[in-house]
Structure formats: structure tokens, C-alpha cells
Design a protein around this ligand. Structure first.
Ligand code: FAD
Length: 511
């Protein structure tokens, strides 16, 4: 059922069993799990079904620290969320991503990789990817032309990826709107969480829109699924009863903001041509990854390298340079603009195997408590405080990027396959050039991190906010460390797991 909240009676009260705030990848993955159940779900979405700049401006914020994308354009505010223009690259986290590593301060999740396994399989379906298979052997069976570089498997392995840029809006609108027990309110921005006097439960959410309407939602359980920055903002801004914001008794909300490094770090020159379709296909492909043992031995972060044909990418600006507009439509246009020559070179690289590649790394960022989202002094059009993002890196980030490429270089040389030249900005002792070259993947993580210790995390292992009996957070803000792969497959898996937990608490029965 769909209700446009601009037509709702001012100051009305909406009641249900579960309230989900945000209809992006996380919120919709949860809502779909409740379709047809004997519980009333209120799904609040800030935007409508189509993009609207006035609503988009509610994402506005400032940045300090390491240069970052404009906050306003780095997330989309309408039904379907940022999947409205994401790239759809997916791969699950590795076992090491969940473990405590002595050389990575604040590492370690309270759950392991195995706990997420059944949910990864479900998430794979929600994201409409191919079979839930991420082993090279499986994909080699499907694609006999896939040939893996003959490198030492104790050091380097082929991490498989799948791609499907599914738009959650069009893909799931009918399912949601036709579900009788799901009450989707569009143009409904949550602006405040109202806690009880002891601040141990939420008793309502205040909602507003540009039509000047305000209303209140009362439910038994509440899940925030607004994206990592906006979830932190909502918690911090809900500070009438809880000084410093809800769930923030230990000053952790907004801290440990993490991104993925996505940057070209070296050049690989093969001694002779190699059939590289395994590393260059569009829907399924491999990236070079370092084994757990190699990471531990070298005390480095987890990262992979994808192969980019040198001729196609040699003159390309990094995404951060191109994505410089507050309007996400313009930012995307700048990113996609590629010349006819680039298109021809890309086509050529698919026909004639190139001998030269740029190695484009994806790497986790070490959790850093000073990398954080706080409220700025500004307010948006609905009167809600805006945010400032202070993105801060750690020395292990640069060291790991460099080491990953040194190891790949050594392995290619040992196998007699080629040579790797590392970019100067990673070799320079001074970090200024490195900072100028840093590029990221529009992945917001860690602002409401998971830990069983309330002093170190905002949510517990079930994504429940510490100290509150009926408030949960869904999304990559809950990640304790960011892993090397892009976040959405993992955040959808985590959201479906959270959904099961809340179902148990509401004694849900299917009808
Ligand atoms: C250009 C680009 C490329 C990307 N490519 C990839 C990729 O290849 N692979 C990958 O894994 N990830 C990728 N991502 C990241 C991916 O888009 C996000 O991980 C994912 O969308 C996050 O899902 P989410 O539901 O947490 O947040 P979102 O999808 O942003 O959804 C949040 C929803 O909450 C709503 N909302 C916000 N505040 C409020 C409020 N106060 N009240 C009510 N509703 C609210 C918003 O309108 C939105 O609908 C990319 C992102 C960008 C920008």
C-alpha cells in the first residue's frame, strides 16, 4: 500500500508493528522479507518514486580532512535509494575480514563469516546476481576460455566478482505497493527519534515533508536504514532527551567512518600476451587477491587489484576529480563522459589481449575513530541539523597499498610473466602526493559500528542499538571493518539477518 505523505492530515498518528526508515538497498531488502506476514510494517521514505532536487538537497553537508565527494550527490534520496545509479559490483567478504588482526587497531567483528553464509545466498537473490558461486573453479567450468595467471597460489588467488546494477526502485516497487501489510509512505523524512524518559526505548518517530506536513509514527520495533551517514545524523540529531544523541552514551555514533580505496596504484607489463578474459569480463570476473597468510605475514590490510588495459585508462582522471557536482545527475554525467577514442580502445582491448595494464586496487580502510560524522551548525529545509564528514586516514592505509603492489610485482616476476611499476605517490616518503591521489568508491561504512562492547560499538551483533530495547540499524554503517569488496552484498545479507532477528522478537507467523 502506498501513501504520499504530502496528502496526510497534519499532526496525525500512524501506528504499526515495525517501522523501517529508508527504502534503499537495506530498507527494501528487509521490507520484502515481511511481505504477506501478519504484522503491519510502516516503511518511511524521504523521497518519492522519482528523483527530485529539493529532496536531494536534504543530503547536503560539509567535509573536512581528506578530500571527499560532495555529500549531497554521494547518496540518492528517493525510493530505491542509491541503487538508482550504483554500479552493481558484488563479492562477499573473506573470512579474514571478520577476524581480529593484531596490527589493525579496532579490527574484529562479533560475528564470523560463517554466520553470514545463509544470508549471503539470500542477498545474492535479492540483488538478482547469477548463481551464488564465487569460486574460480565453478566459473572456469562455465567459461572454458577463462585462464588464471600461473602465480603462486599460496600468495595470490583469483577473487571472483559478479555485476548487476539492479535498480531497487523499479525492481521492487510493485511488490511493496501491492503488499497489504506494508504501508509505504513516500515524501516522509524522519527528523527525530523520540525516546522514553529513561532513554531505553523509542516511543515514536517524528516525520516531516516539504508540503509542511508533520506526523508521528508509533511502532513496537524501529529499524533505521537511511545509509551510514544519514543513520548517524538521525541518531545524533535526536538529542532532546539523550545528550549527544540516541545510542551515543559512549561517543561512538558517527565515528570510524570508512571508505574503500579504489585507485590505480601500479602498472603491469606482461612479457608476452596472455588471454585475460577472466580479468576483464563485464558480468563475472576475477581480481588478484592476496591470501590470508600473506596479509598476516606482511601485516597489511585486505585488498585486490583489477586489471585495466593501459591504453584505455592511462589518461583517465580519478573518480574524485570527476564527481565534483552537488547534483548527482551531473556528477554521474561527468563520470561517464568518455570519448569515441576511449570506446574504440576498449573494444580493441577486448579483441586483442593487451600486454600492459594499470592495476586498480580496492582496499579496506583501517578503522579510525577520528574519521567521523558530526552535526554541523547548519540546518536543512526541514529544520534538521546537517552533517560534517571528517574523513581521516591512517599510516597503515598507504603502507598496505604499496605493499600489495610490491607483492604482486614480485609474484609476476618470479613466475616470469611480467613486471610491475609502482606509482610514485606510493613510494614518496612525503604523504602529500598520496593524499592528492586518494580515490574512493562512494562506500559509506562504519558510523554505527558493531561490537559487543557498548564502549566500542553502537550496535550489538544483532544490529540492535546498545541500551535501547527496540531500535536497530541496517546497512554498512554497522561494519566493524570494511573488507576489500564493495559493501552492498554484505549489507543486504546483514539486513536480512537483522530482519529474522526482529521477526523472532515480534513472534511473526506467515499467513
Ligand atoms: C556511483 C556509485 C556507485 C556505486 N557502486 C557500487 C557497487 O558497484 N557495488 C556496491 O556494493 N556498492 C556500490 N555503491 C554503494 C551502494 O549504492 C550502497 O552501498 C547502497 O546503496 C547502500 O544501501 P542503503 O540502503 O544503506 O542506502 P541507500 O541506498 O542510500 O538508501 C537509503 C534510503 O534512505 C532514505 N532516507 C535517507 N534519510 C532518510 C530519512 N531521514 N527519512 C526517511 N528516509 C531517508 C533515502 O532517500 C534512501 O532511499 C555505489 C554508490 C555510488 C554512489
Amino acid at each position: 500500500m502506498h501513501i504520499d505523505a504530502r496528502s496526510i492530515d497534519d499532526n496525525s498518528l500512524v501506528e504499526g508493528d515495525l517501522c523501517i526508515v529508508g527504502a534503499g538497498a537495506a530498507g527494501l531488502s528487509i521490507a520484502l522479507e515481511w511481505k504477506g506476514l501478519n504484522k503491519k510494517v510502516i516503511l518511511l521514505e524521504s523521497g518519492g518514486f522519482e528523483f527530485d532536487m529539493k529532496t536531494q538537497e536534504l543530503n547536503a553537508g560539509t567535509s573536512t580532512g581528506q578530500h571527499y565527494f560532495p555529500l549531497q550527490s554521494s547518496r540518492l534520496r528517493y525510493f530505491g535509494g542509491t541503487t538508482g545509479h550504483w554500479q552493481g559490483m558484488c563479492s562477499p567478504f573473506d573470512e579474514i575480514d571478520f577476524k581480529v588482526r593484531s596490527y589493525v587497531p579496532h579490527s574484529g567483528w562479533p560475528i564470523d563469516r560463517q554466520t553470514l553464509e545463509p544470508y549471503y545466498e539470500k542477498a545474492n537473490k535479492v540483488l538478482q546476481l547469477g548463481p551464488y558461486q564465487y569460486d574460480y573453479a565453478y566459473w572456469k567450468g562455465e567459461n572454458p576460455d577463462f585462464v588464471s595467471f600461473p602465480l603462486d597460489r599460496n600468495v595470490i588467488w583469483d577473487k571472483m566478482w559478479q555485476k548487476n546494477p539492479i535498480r531497487f526502485g523499479p525492481a521492487y516497487k510493485d511488490d511493496i505497493v501491492k503488499a497489504k501489510n506494508i504501508h509505504l509512505y513516500t515524501n516522509a523524512t524522519a527528523v527525530n527519534l523520540d525516546a522514553n524518559e529513561s532513554v531505553n526505548a523509542i516511543r515514536g518517530i517524528e516525520v516531516k515533508n516539504h508540503a509542511g506536513k508533520s506526523f508521528r509514527v508509533r511502532a513496537k520495533q524501529y529499524i533505521l536504514a537511511c545509509g551510514a551517514i544519514q543513520n548517524a545524523r538521525l541518531l545524533l540529531a535526536s538529542n532532546t532527551r539523550a545528550v549527544g544523541g540516541i545510542g551515543n552514551g559512549n561517543d561512538v555514533v558517527g565515528r570510524y567512518f570508512m571508505e574503500h580505496f579504489e585507485m590505480i596504484c601500479s602498472e603491469l607489463r606482461l612479457f608476452k600476451q596472455f588471454p585475460s578474459s577472466l580479468y576483464s569480463r563485464d558480468k563475472v570476473r576475477a581480481e588478484l587477491a592476496l591470501t590470508e597468510e600473506t596479509q598476516l605475514e606482511n601485516q597489511i590490510l585486505n585488498g585486490t587489484a583489477k586489471l585495466r588495459p593501459y591504453e584505455v585508462y592511462k589518461d583517465m582522471d580519478n573518480y574524485m576529480e570527476k564527481w565534483n557536482d552537488e547534483d548527482p545527475r551531473e556528477a554521474m554525467k561527468n563520470l561517464k563522459e568518455s570519448s569515441l577514442l576511449t570506446k574504440l580502445l576498449r573494444l580493441k582491448s577486448r579483441i586483442i589481449a593487451p600486454e600492459s595494464f594499470l592495476l586498480d586496487t580496492r582496499m579496506e580502510q583501517a578503522p579510525n575513530p577520528n574519521s567521523r560524522v558530526t552535526l554541523s551548525g547548519e540546518k536543512d529545509a526541514l529544520g534538521m541539523p546537517e552533517v560534517n564528514l571528517h574523513w581521516e586516514l591512517s599510516p597503515i592505509d598507504k603502507r598496505s597499498l604499496r605493499k600489495i603492489h610490491e607483492i604482486i610485482g614480485t609474484q609476476f616476476a618470479k613466475a616470469g610473466l611480467g613486471r610491475v611499476r609502482i606509482m610514485d605517490f606510493l613510494l614518496d616518503e612525503d604523504d602529500a602526493a598520496f593524499r592528492e591521489n586518494v580515490n574512493a568508491g562512494w562506500h559509506h561504512m562504519g558510523t554505527t559500528r558493531m561490537s559487543d562492547d557498548p564502549k566500542k560499538g553502537v550496535v550489538d551483533q544483532n544490529c540492535k542499538v546498545h541500551g535501547l530495547s527496540n531500535l536497530y540499524v541496517a546497512g554498512s554503517g554497522c561494519f566493524a571493518t570494511s573488507g576489500a569488496p564493495n559493501p552492498t552484498l554484505t549489507l543486504v545479507a546483514l539486513s536480512i539477518r537483522l530482519s529474522d532477528y526482529v521477526k523472532d522478537r515480534l513472534s511473526v507467523k506467515s499467513v
